[in-house]
Design a protein around this ligand. Structure first.
Ligand code: PHE
Length: 369
């Protein structure tokens, strides 16, 4: 690097200063290029304490300048210094391994394409089975009113049946009428009510969705989980229709060899109610660890729509000024069913811990790609 003497300034006009500093800035750029990675050499050349160029500039220009020119000089001097420091801080000047020539034959960075979550695919599979039977999808909100989640479904206020669905209440609802109080829906059944308030029978809907219960998480429980619900309403729907529909749906989902059986059960909004079991898909009903040696796996709840539900829908339609004859319990009947998506996904894929579905662990999820 050349070390030319700093020329004396002839005057302190802006033009002279501009020219003098521009010359030095050009010199900084040239010497940065010439240093070719010798960062320390460049630093000493410009900022060296005894012989650095900047020190000379300061001695020859700054110190000799009359008081009224110092300010303009000082500002330019600082700019020059910042320019030098910027060269030193630039990434190319940082020490560390130098990039060799670009090797275009190195493998690129592969980005793994995303896939649908196994719970989503399971939900879609169930929904698809019912679409084939002429059902359409209905959706509803996760934050529900007490009316839709409970009252219209024949869970009266304070009725002990509510205890079966540990409910997460939305805070500060006390000032509202009981029926308007908000909660996290505990099942997808409120969408039955919402749909009957919006559509005329006959009705065939399938309702996938997320539900919430104040359950402690363990290997088979999660406070947030998913259900697929179904509702069929018409002038002459019978329990045989329910049995035939679910029998077909279970065969479509789990294989043609699967048989179903119905056990008496209870839900406030269906009468009669039943729990449905399928023959164990792992041992064909012979008994194994998966079915606890019973040969059967319990999968869903169902039943004939309780006339009290049609009565509640009819009363609400009247209150809203809608046609209150459509769901007259004397004129329509129907069935409903509901199943847990996680449970089906666990059975289909042999997953033993429900928490894996929510962990976001790619090692688990990529198995479903
Ligand atoms: N909603 C019920 C539950 O979550 C399931 C169900 C739906 C039962 C429809 C019967 C009919 O437990």
């Amino acid at each position: 690097m050349m070390n030319e003497a700093i020329p004396h300034l002839t005057d302190y006009s802006d033009a002279t200063l501009d020219h003098a500093f521009a010359t030095l800035e050009a010199e900084v750029r040239e010497s940065a290029a010439a240093a070719a990675g010798d960062v320390e050499g460049f630093r000493l050349h410009w900022l060296g304490r005894k012989q650095g160029r900047l020190k000379l500039v300061s001695e020859v220009w700054l110190k000799l300048a009359p008081a009224d020119a110092r300010r303009a000089l000082g500002m330019r001097f600082n700019q020059l210094k910042q320019g030098i420091e910027a060269v030193l801080e630039a990434p190319a000047a940082q020490s560390g391994p130098k990039l060799a020539a670009l090797d275009v034959t190195l493998p690129g960075i592969a980005r793994v394409a995303g896939i649908a979550h196994p719970l989503v695919t399971t939900m879609q599979r169930v929904v698809e089975v019912f679409h084939q039977l002429g059902y359409s999808t209905a959706l509803g909100p996760e934050v529900e009113t007490d009316f839709h989640n409970f009252e219209a479904l024949n869970f009266p206020p304070n009725h002990p049946a509510r205890d079966t669905q540990d409910t997460l209440q939305v805070a500060a609802q006390g000032a509202k009428a009981e029926r308007d109080r908000l909660l996290m829906r505990t099942h997808t059944s409120p969408v039955q009510i919402r749909t009957m308030l919006e559509q005329a029978p006959p009705l065939r809907i399938v309702i996938p969705g997320k539900v919430h219960r104040n359950d402690a998480a363990d290997a088979t429980h999660s406070p947030i989980f998913h259900q697929v619900e179904g509702l069929c309403v018409g002038p002459d729907i019978t329990f045989s229709d329910l049995k035939g529909t679910l029998d077909h749906a279970m065969r479509s989902l789990f294989g043609a060899g699967v048989t179903t059986r119905f056990f008496p059960s209870f839900f406030p909004f269906t009468e009669p109610s039943a729990d449905v079991q399928i023959s164990c898909i792992f041992c064909s009903g012979n008994g194994c660890r998966k079915c606890k040696y019973s040969g059967w796996i319990e999968l869903l709840g169902c039943g004939m729509v309780d006339p009290a539900v049609f009565a509640a829908v009819t009363a609400e339609r009247r209150r809203l000024g809608l046609d209150d004859t459509l769901y007259d319990p004397a004129r329509v009947s129907g069935f409903a069913f509901g199943m847990g998506v996680e449970r089906i996904a666990m059975i289909l894929h042999g997953v033993s811990d429900i928490g894996l579905f929510y962990s976001g662990d790619v090692r688990f999820l990529e198995q479903f790609a």
